[in-house]
Design a protein around this ligand. Structure first.
Ligand code: NAD
Ligand code: MG
Length: 302
């Protein structure tokens, strides 16, 4: 086999060459959007992710689990043997139903608890209901996010700034705080940051700040919770093909070229990042806490 030969298909791995490359069609949806309406529909690992009991018996709450990276994580966790609760906004029910139906048809345990995490009381109820329905909680993935581009600070309203911080920062704080009532030693908290924490775009002023906050929150909390045997880590995605980007996350001209700037020349598919969350979730990484794991298509941001 020479160095340019593809990995044999028999290894059951998708070839890098088989993923979609830009240009993409223009496609605008109102926030939060539906993954099922994207062209092409993202690959969340529905047909490709194979579990190997790495999370057998674990109990996970995943926010934003209906679509994109959160859905890929829900599929991966469930197929690794975890029971899963997903949260999402009520208007995302069609996406949530797809992943719930898929995993239930395989005999996996998945529970849907929709609601708006910008509300502290709801965040507390979400955690309590999740723990009650799962019979405990030992994995928390703070993944929900709001990203709406805005060209100038002069046009960035207090309402938009507040909504981004409530969704990306406050909710993570409220949900994590409530979850500590349940998380036993050996639990793992995984937060979704972004390359925007390190290389902020001019048109994502509010969003980039929240993603930097998530890095600091992760590193600080990792120190606080080490003595309790709870690890806290973050994943920092680069450009991933999700509805976050096509429902106001980027201007349409950037959607068409999405991922082009990455050395791999394309956006990642959610299926390509789920195993990072599985690895942080698993006790295989028991000496890793306060880490940020970037996946950005070759840029090497952190
Ligand atoms: P996505 O739109 O599929 O997922 C985001 C989810 O956040 C939504 O499905 C929605 O359920 C949830 N959400 C938003 N506001 C909410 C609210 N008020 N209440 C409850 N849920 C709410 O897009 P994604 O790209 O998979 O996003 C997942 C995470 O990945 C986000 O934190 C995002 O910032 C981060 N991220 C994405 C990229 C990318 O290129 N796609 C890059 C870096 C970081
Ligand atoms: Mg969604």
């Amino acid at each position: 086999m020479n160095s340019k030969t593809l990995i044999p298909a028999s290894l059951n791995q998708p070839h890098v060459e088989s993923f979609p490359y830009p240009p993409f069609e223009k496609q605008r949806q109102p926030f939060p959007g539906l993954a099922g309406k994207m062209k092409p529909v993202p690959d969340h690992g529905e047909t490709s992710y194979k579990g190997s009991s790495r999370l057998e018996g674990r109990k996970a709450l995943i926010t934003g689990g209906d679509s994109g990276i959160g859905r890929a994580v829900a599929i991966a966790f469930a197929r690794e043997g975890a029971a899963v609760v997903i949260n999402y906004l009520p208007e995302e029910e069609p996406d949530a139903k797809e992943v719930v139906d898929l995993l239930r048809s395989e005999g996996r345990k998945i529970i849907a608890l929709p609601g708006d995490i910008r509300n502290e009381k709801f965040c507390q109820k979400l955690v309590h209901d999740a723990a009650e329905q799962l019979g405990g909680l030992d994995l928390l993935v703070n993944n929900a996010g709001r990203q709406q581009f805005c060209d100038s600070i002069k046009n960035l309203t207090t309402e938009a700034f507040d909504a981004t911080f409530k969704t990306n920062v406050y909710a993570m704080f409220w949900i994590t705080k409530a979850a500590l009532e349940y998380l036993p030693r050996g639990s793992s908290i995984i937060n979704t940051s972004s390359v925007q924490a390190f290389q902020p775009s001019d048109n994502l002023l509010d969003y980039a700040q929240t993603k930097a906050s998530i890095v600091a929150f992760t590193k600080s909390l990792a120190k606080q919770l080490a003595a309790d045997g709870i690890r806290v880590n973050a994943v920092a995605p680069g450009p991933y093909w999700t509805v976050l980007q096509t429902s106001g996350g980027q201007p349409q001209e950037k959607v068409e070229k999405f991922g082009e700037q990455a050395p791999l020349g394309r956006p990642g598919q959610p299926a390509e990042i789920a195993s990072l969350y599985v690895t942080f979730a698993s006790s295989e990484t028991s000496y890793s806490s306060g880490q940020v794991w970037c996946s950005d298509g070759g840029t090497g941001t952190v």
